[in-house]
Design a protein around this ligand. Structure first.
Ligand SMILES: [Zn+2]
Length: 119
């Protein structure tokens, strides 16, 4: 399923929010470029975790799915590599949960995305 898209009005709202956040970060750092970098990086990382979960959560989920799927790719049914398998969400908005994910080959992921018209 396709990810939700923002309307033009919603895009305007989020651009205004970003302007506010950037102004707040500039204010917080008081002209210190290294502090601005650190604040921006922290906000970036935490927002990324909100969307993708923390790396430890995804790592544990990968191990669970590897066992559940008996080490086989959900798409091609061939053995998965020890490292580099992709945790694929059925609906991105539903996050990284056991019910909403499957483990697949990176190459199968690329082929599957291309087939869906994402790339
Ligand atoms: Zn595969």
């Amino acid at each position: 399923m396709a990810n939700p898209r923002l309307t033009p009005d919603q895009l305007d709202l989020v651009r205004a929010l970003l302007d506010d956040v950037r102004a707040r970060l500039a204010d917080l750092s008081g002209g210190d470029q290294e502090l601005l970098f650190a604040y921006r990086r922290k906000v970036y990382k935490d927002l990324m975790y909100d969307e993708r979960s923390k790396p430890m959560v995804r790592r544990r989920l990968k191990q669970l799915k590897m066992k559940e799927q008996e080490g086989l790719c959900s798409l091609c049914n061939e053995p998965l590599p020890e490292r580099g398998a992709v945790l694929d969400r059925t609906r991105a908005v539903d996050g990284y949960t056991p019910e909403n994910t499957r483990l697949i080959h990176a190459a199968c992921d690329v082929a599957h995305q291309a087939a869906k018209g994402y790339t």
